[in-house]
Design a binder for this molecule. Structure first.
Ligand code: GUN
Length: 294
């Protein structure tokens, strides 16, 4: 059996078109959404992702700026910077790209982001609001996954979604998001991880399996129920002698074997990644509308 390919690129392009219309709408009021992205250090993955986000912003008419700070930047400097951004009416969205260098505690830094401009939804207030069923911003990767499934007619309501991985960026917010009492969501959620006993039994129990463990090829065919929908959030760089860069991007799922078992599967690259970026743009548009009285 060959699984249906759930491609993120065309769906993300469609969403960017919708956002472009929203940006045009705001321009009639003389407002232009603006996103500021902060990176501390030169994590190679972060450099690539931020470039992709900036390009996507440009494409839809959102102004964007990348603030690339030296690796040694301290908490006080970030605090002053984020305070300035909070008070700057011309900036509507801000993200602090993760991972941060080891001397900076991400939880302390994310607390310094203005919750009204927190388009990643990582501030504790926004995490809490999502967990309590009243989100201000829909977290980008979870909402990107659900939008990709919805626009491919994969219904989630009442299904059992197994999430592999409990990160603050994907696993935990996705569990909260899928649990929302909302049309199109209302899923039954199991969150499992490396400590879960009988992991393969758990993953095989899912109608939908979301892999977000950050380990190349972790999910094998024997961990997937025949006919399940498999969503691969992994972005792992592995050596590749055929690539000019010497590396290639692979997911958490062994695509070639799992596609023979699953009914549908997202590719890496070109699956969840472009959706996450599109949802970030959507949140920036929303933040701009809210902050400028639209
Ligand atoms: N690092 C990996 N994914 C993300 C994301 O969605 N947002 C931020 N800020 N950092 C990340």
């Amino acid at each position: 059996m060959g699984a249906r390919l759930l491609e993120g690129k065309p769906v993300a392009a469609q969403i960017r078109n919708e956002i472009r219309q929203g940006v045009l709408g705001l321009s009639e009021r003389g407002v232009r959404p603006a996103l500021t992205m902060i990176r501390v250090g030169e994590d190679p993955g972060s450099v690539v992702y931020m470039r992709a986000k900036a390009k996507a912003c440009e494409e839809v008419g959102i102004r964007s700026a990348i603030l690339a700070l030296p690796r040694e930047t301290d908490e006080q400097t970030l605090k002053s910077l984020l305070k300035g951004i909070s008070q700057d009416d011309t900036i509507h969205g801000v993200i602090v790209q993760l991972p941060l260098p080891g001397h900076l505690d991400p939880l302390r830094i994310l607390e310094l982001v203005d919750p009204r401009k927190d388009v990643d939804g990582f501030h504790p207030l926004n995490v809490g609001r999502l967990a309590m069923g009243d989100p201000l911003f829909l977290p980008a990767t979870p909402s990107g996954i659900c939008e990709l499934l919805a626009r491919n007619s994969v219904a989630l309501e009442g299904t059992h979604v197994v999430i592999l991985g409990r990160s603050n960026i994907v696993g935990k917010p996705l569990a909260s998001y899928l649990s929302l009492k909302r049309t199109g969501l209302n899923a039954t959620v199991t969150l499992c991880h490396s400590f879960s006993r009988g992991l393969a039994d758990i993953t095989r129990s899912g109608d939908v399996l979301v892999a977000a463990v950050g380990s190349a090829g972790f999910v094998t065919a024997s961990m997937v129920s025949p006919g399940a929908v498999v969503v691969d959030v992994g972005t792992n760089r592995v050596p590749d002698q055929n690539a000019a860069s010497g590396t290639k991007l692979v997911g958490d799922v062994r695509f070639d074997e799992v596609k023979e078992v699953a009914s549908a599967i997202t590719p890496v690259p070109g699956g969840v990644g472009p959706m996450t970026v599109a949802m970030l743009l959507r949140n920036t548009l929303q933040a701009c509308g809210a902050l400028t009285g639209g």
